[in-house]
Write a protein that binds this ligand. Sequence first.
Ligand SMILES: [Zn+2]
Length: 234
Amino acid sequence: MVALIVAYSIILACSDKKVTTESPQNDEEETAKSNVGELLDLRPKVKEIITVDYDTTRWVEIKDNEFFTLDIRYASQNNFMKQSIYDCPRCFLDIRTAEMLKDVSTEFKKYSYSIVLFDCYRPLPFQEKLWNLMPNATYVTPPSKGSMHNRGSALDVSLLKTDGSSVDMGTHYDHFGRKAHYDYTELDSSIIANRQLLRSTMEKYGFRGIRTEWWHFSNQESPADLSDWLWPCD
Ligand SMILES: [Zn+2]
């Protein structure tokens, strides 16, 4: 139906053009119309100019594309706190960590998987916000200590199939309990295999997982400094 509408629109556009061309015009009018046409043609290109609003020597922004899908839970109410912590959903990583992730994403593409990102760099002020809501070191790292997320050196991820559906990892993100532990074995063998594929591929490119959260990976080899930089929102 959409294709039909598009085709019909093109036919209509062609008809309009034909009528215009057949109208009596002098050369000046032709030139003026042609210039307007060029200006109109430029409009989409102007829109494509990307504004970089962060320090590119420190950060890489991960955006939705064929390799990645953003599902930044702390920018929504779909998290264990049931409230939005971030002002808007953006995913930044330290340059060295982003470089490692790029290699991981290329490899997952070979298996027809893409990466869904639940959390990336977490600014220290947001860590404080989390801590104030949940001052329990079992669930939230104290801001005085700072976590790898606060350095842009950690990320929370899972995998998606080509149709956009989730690869079954046994629990949802931020499930706090034994079932989310990487070494929990009372799971379907296919789920264990999915977790192993995620972890082994991440580790192949230098990331390290943790025992208690199947989704959490960090760059322990070259961690960046703690940061309180807040990304801008529109
Ligand atoms: Zn994490």
